[in-house]
Design a protein around this ligand. Structure first.
Ligand SMILES: Cc1cc2nc3c(=O)[nH]c(=O)nc-3n(C[C@H](O)[C@H](O)[C@H](O)COP(=O)(O)OP(=O)(O)OC[C@H]3O[C@@H](n4cnc5c(N)ncnc54)[C@H](O)[C@@H]3O)c2cc1C
Length: 346
């Protein structure tokens, strides 16, 4: 872009007050906090559904530390956050990644992988772990079964009703999905390369109790060796001990849970101060080192930061207040409780 272009507004871009990068729980709550201050938002997410990690990784798991909800399933929390944001009519641009941020006419031009162009006074990066993707096991030919037997993300346990499922991994996701599927699937085998699991102790106790009662198989210490099938449908998962002794587990589904690769993707090129793949912010405002760019939620870091949803909610409020003067220059912002002003537009 030339210097002259950068000084002119882009007439082809949709104009809004704030673009939020990431529709995870924190990005969704930022719509509400901005809306309460009269700030309009567009929200972009690389995933095809809103909800970030809550939707993609653990929709059916209960969360116990959301204030006011002694227990709420992750999917239900996302639904409520969307309902809370709805009076402010956010525009969602899903299934597209924010690729480029460029300063333009004192504002920000945001471009996505789908060609959407947005022009905003400020950008809130609520991108979680960045453009995340699963760590794939290095098995020859596994790609041909991805989405057809091999799944890295599960939306609903019910998709595996009556099926023979092999779960690989030893962390929370592997253990939690094994517990969730034990009553749903025809057979669940959990393959891990050591006898000890790295999951919450209470969950590991439940897993071992289910194994002892014969409701699932713990196949340890084994690791994945290869997948078998006719190219269209998975038929079996072959596993091996460290000294090469193999076993064949007939299977309709393989669920490898080897964690997520945290890849900031394009965010790393936006000139932001980064520390260990997270964006350094001032906790009072969630402002980054680049004027007009803010970061909240898991991706934001400062001394003492706790990576919790409730922390991200508070950061959304901090950022919205800090952005107000950028959207309404010269207008005083009088702090008001929601009980005093209600929800404008609801
Ligand atoms: C199994 C599990 C259990 C958990 N349990 C709890 C719990 O009990 N309590 C708790 O407080 N927390 C819990 N967490 C953590 C919690 O889910 C995260 O803190 C929370 O999701 C962070 O929200 P976020 O909105 O910051 O980011 P995310 O939820 O990670 O959402 C970020 C979104 O940004 C999108 N994105 C990234 N880069 C781009 C880009 N360039 N363009 C477009 N979109 C982009 C991603 O696709 C993603 O949808 C748990 C996490 C896991 C994995």
């Amino acid at each position: 872009m030339s210097a002259a272009d950068a000084a002119r507004p882009d007439p082809t871009a949709q104009r809004t007050d704030v673009v939020i990068v990431g529709a995870g729980p924190v990005g969704l709550f930022a719509v509400f906090e901005c809306g309460m201050l009269g700030i309009k938002c567009h929200v972009v997410d690389a995933l095809e559904a809103i909800g970030g990690q809550c939707s993609a990784l653990y929709p059916e798991k209960p969360i116990y530390d959301i204030p006011g909800y002694p227990r709420i399933d992750a999917a239900a929390l996302v639904e409520r956050l969307a309902a809370q944001a709805a009076p402010f009519h956010p525009a969602y641009h899903l299934n597209q990644r924010v690729e480029r941020l460029a300063p333009r006419d004192g504002r920000w031009l945001v471009e996505t992988s789908a060609g959407t162009r947005l022009d905003a006074a400020a950008v809130i990066v609520a991108a979680g772990a960045g453009a995340f993707g699963p760590n794939r096991p290095p098995l020859a030919g596994i790609e041909q079964y991805e989405g057809r037997g091999v799944h890295y993300l599960i939306k609903r346990a019910d998709e595996f009703r009556g099926r023979r499922v092999v779960i690989a991994g030893g962390g929370d996701s592997a253990v939690d999905w094994a517990l969730a599927l034990a009553d749903v699937a025809l057979r669940v085998s959990v393959v891990h390369r050591r006898p000890k699991f790295r999951a919450a102790p209470e969950s590991v106790r439940k897993l071992e109790a289910l194994a002892a009662s014969g409701k699932l198989d713990l196949v340890v210490p084994y690791q994945l060796a290869r997948v078998e099938g006719d190219g269209a449908r998975l038929a079996a998962v072959v596993i091996a001990t460290l000294d090469g002794a193999e076993r064949r587990l007939p299977a309709d589904a393989l669920l490898p849970f080897f964690g997520l690769a945290a890849d900031l993707g394009p965010i790393a090129a936006w000139g932001l101060n980064l520390a260990h793949n997270r964006i350094v912010v001032d906790p009072a405002s969630c402002a980054t080192n680049v004027a007009g760019l803010f970061a909240i939620g898991d991706i934001a870091v400062y001394p003492g930061k706790l990576k919790l949803i409730l922390t991200g909610f508070a950061e959304a409020a901090q950022a919205a207040h800090a952005i107000h003067p950028l959207v309404f220059p010269g207008e005083a912002l009088h702090f008001e409780y929601s009980t005093m002003k209600g929800v404008p537009g609801a």
